[in-house]
Ligand binder design. Structure first.
Ligand SMILES: Nc1ncnc2c1ncn2[C@@H]1O[C@H](COP(=O)(O)OP(=O)(O)OP(=O)(O)O)[C@@H](O)[C@H]1O
Ligand SMILES: [Mg+2]
Length: 362
């Protein structure tokens, strides 16, 4: 078996790079730079729509279409940076913590990882990309260390690498979407009361097809869940009601250019359903963990662009609800349009978390 470190999330890489999020509705890119004094500067970003079914359930179904969107997004940013950090959906990655003796040499570590991986990965190791990272000392007398192993089927990694290569870019970092979200969320949590310390914060990302919930406490994830619910439901209702094509409905939804009864008869019921879904998700969290409160909800994903959604979710859940804007407090590049960015920001969490990989300590 050959070890290659394609899946080396959390390992240091040479700057600069662009975060490239390939999601089901679009390709999103973010490029950050160091603005000094511990601040980031948002240099560029772009959101380029994908044709329906080009990416389904996190799988690239139409490589050409995805490659084209990556190329257009890249062009749109105007950036000359070629290196990309991309991510796999959590469902495509198996991770496991193991404990090994401290002080092993690299080859010995690889042997251990391979042996362990053989036991729990349900397919041949020839078909997977395997990676590992030392987390730190294991509890006890210091004679052991904790190791995080990550494995993903090769084709999942290769598809993403191929999609960015088709656009003329180069994948240099392969991360996991949930980790990237968390990285970006930490930026936002810092701005919460008490700098977010000891606060339970639920990141609720509502995209086109999925709702991802990740509850964080002191930079650790304490709960993760996803369910099928997303903005496509609203788009489909708009299509049905007003006899529009999917593309027309999508444009009308974002511009709000729809008949008068839209707000009351279509949008309002959708927002109510969404609020209920979030409230139910919080109940699930309480009933399946030791926790019994959430201090803040941060709304992410494209649906967070619906005006007034914080109010709807806050009202239903009785939890302080805000929009997740990872760029809050960052220096803005000169060419960015602030108004547009404000509504785009919550859907750029993953791309932003990936862009931050540029600043990994070496
Ligand atoms: N300003 C807006 N107002 C309302 N809905 C919006 C707005 N902007 C985007 N959306 C909706 O958000 C959804 C896309 O969100 P996002 O980009 O987070 O999804 P995704 O990450 O591609 O999907 P998924 O996470 O399900 O794979 C679409 O349904 C789109 O219509
Ligand atoms: Mg998404």
């Amino acid at each position: 078996m050959q070890f290659d470190f394609q899946l080396d999330f959390l390992q240091a890489k040479a700057p600069p790079l662009i975060g490239v999020d390939i999601s089901s509705s679009s390709v999103k890119m973010v490029e950050l730079a160091d603005a000094g004094k511990g601040q980031y500067r948002l240099e560029h970003y772009a959101i380029e729509p994908l044709p329906r079914d080009a990416v389904t359930d996190g799988n690239i179904a139409n490589l050409d279409a995805v490659g084209d969107s990556v190329r257009r997004a890249w062009k749109h940013t105007g950036s000359r940076v070629k290196n990309a950090a991309v991510a796999l959906p959590a469902a495509a990655v198996i991770t496991k913590k193991i404990v090994v003796p401290a002080g092993l040499r690299e080859e010995e570590l690889e042997m251990q990882v391979e042996t362990e991986a053989n036991q729990y990965i349900p397919f041949s190791l020839d078909e997977v990309n395997l990676d590992f990272q030392i987390i730190g000392p294991a509890p006890g007398d210091g004679s052991e260390v904790e190791l995080l192993i990550a494995a993903s089927r090769k084709e999942k990694v290769e598809d993403r690498v191929a999609a960015v290569e088709a656009a003329g870019m180069k994948a240099v970092v392969m991360d996991v979407e949930t980790y990237a979200t968390q990285t970006a969320a930490d930026l936002i949590i810092r701005h919460l009361p008490n700098a977010g310390r000891d606060r339970t914060v639920a990141i609720v990302d509502i995209g086109s097809t999925m709702m991802h919930i990740n509850v964080l406490l002191n930079e650790q994830s304490v709960y993760m869940r996803e369910q099928t619910f997303g903005g496509n439901q609203l788009t489909m209702e708009i299509q049905r009601r007003y006899s529009l094509s999917a593309e027309e409905a999508e444009i009308a939804k974002r511009s709000g250019d729809l008949p008068e009864n839209y707000a009351d008869e279509v949008l309002q019921p959708f927002m109510e359903t969404l609020g209920l879904e979030v409230a139910r998700a919080m109940q699930f969290f309480f009933s399946s963990t030791q926790y019994n409160r959430v201090d803040h909800i941060l709304l992410a994903g494209g649906c967070a662009g619906i005006p007034g959604l914080e109010g709807a979710v806050g009202g239903r859940t009785q939890i302080d609800t805000r929009l997740a804007n990872p760029f809050q407090g960052m220096v803005m590049g000169s060419k960015l349009k602030n108004r547009q960015l404000e509504s785009d920001a919550p859907s750029l969490l993953i791309a932003c978390g990936l862009a931050m990989r540029r600043f990994d300590p070496t």
